[in-house]
Design a protein around this ligand. Sequence first.
Ligand SMILES: Nc1ncnc2c1ncn2[C@@H]1O[C@H](COP(=O)(O)OP(=O)(O)OP(=O)(O)O)[C@@H](O)[C@H]1O
Ligand SMILES: [Mg+2]
Length: 310
Amino acid sequence: MEEELIIDVTGLSKSFAGKPAVNGISLQVKKGDIFGFLGPNGAGKTTSIRMLCGLLTPDAAEGTCLGFNVLTQSYEIKKQVGYMTQAFSLYKDLSIYENLDFVARLYEIDNRRERVLQSIEELGLVDRQKQLAGELSGGWKQRLALSAALIHDPKLLLLDEPTAGVDPKARREFWAHIQKLSQKGITTLVSTHYMDEAERCSKLAYIFNGQIVAKGSADEIVVGSGLFTWVVTGSGDLADLAERLQSEVGIEQVARFGGRLHVSSKDKEALLRGVKKYQVAPWSWHEIVPDLEDVFISLCSSDKDFEEQP
Ligand SMILES: Nc1ncnc2c1ncn2[C@@H]1O[C@H](COP(=O)(O)OP(=O)(O)OP(=O)(O)O)[C@@H](O)[C@H]1O
Ligand SMILES: [Mg+2]
């Protein structure tokens, strides 16, 4: 049996004032997937998400979201999608309970009081239900926004940088919740700038300049990048070493991660030639499988062509 596609679109496009923000994106997301959307600021993630949830009409697109036509059935799509906006968009001067009750009214939910209380309980907000949303810490605000996005039992969650600025413990809990929802068959498409979150996604798409430049599981994207990476550590002046490595022919990119450098290229031999004279004390070198971050840096460096990967 073929797996159900919750999102199945091709040629998703949108321009603002003649400038393409999203330029022919194709996306297939399976039921229960946690699909990660990555890419630099301004790449087109939010614009894509807004089109997929029916809030923004695409200039062009073919296909379906939740089985409904993305161009003509935005009303039906909106009813079955839970959308968490990039900026907190609930009422700061309403309490947690009042905010959820308001959203429940919008969706005309039956047994509203019961549903609101249930969702407050599910997200561990019982003790805080009377607290004003504006007084909540970042982590609690995110929980509340997720509660609101889930109140009408959507089949698809679209989460736009849901954990930006949230501490690691709260982020972990947030992801545990998304994973539970996935096990129940709820599909999630989530944008993030965090690499640890990207690793938790079953599939990823990396967007750059409005186009998908890499797609697949984290491992597939790393393998598909064709990148070779060496790590260098040592007690010398790392910033100076980085600068010198950067100017070597054959080295395409040098990225610093705390006390170590990742030195990468697609040409293995050229990379070896480039690093050779620096393979002396106080530096110690070893080859690694590139991190997703190495690959993403490589994907958005300026001299790349932006052919979408199959
Ligand atoms: N309503 C709008 N009017 C005009 N331009 C817009 C509008 N919304 C987005 N854009 C432009 O479209 C491009 C894509 O923006 P978008 O917000 O989708 O990027 P993003 O990937 O979500 O970035 P970030 O990581 O910063 O959230 C940007 O150049 C942005 O300035
Ligand atoms: Mg955005």
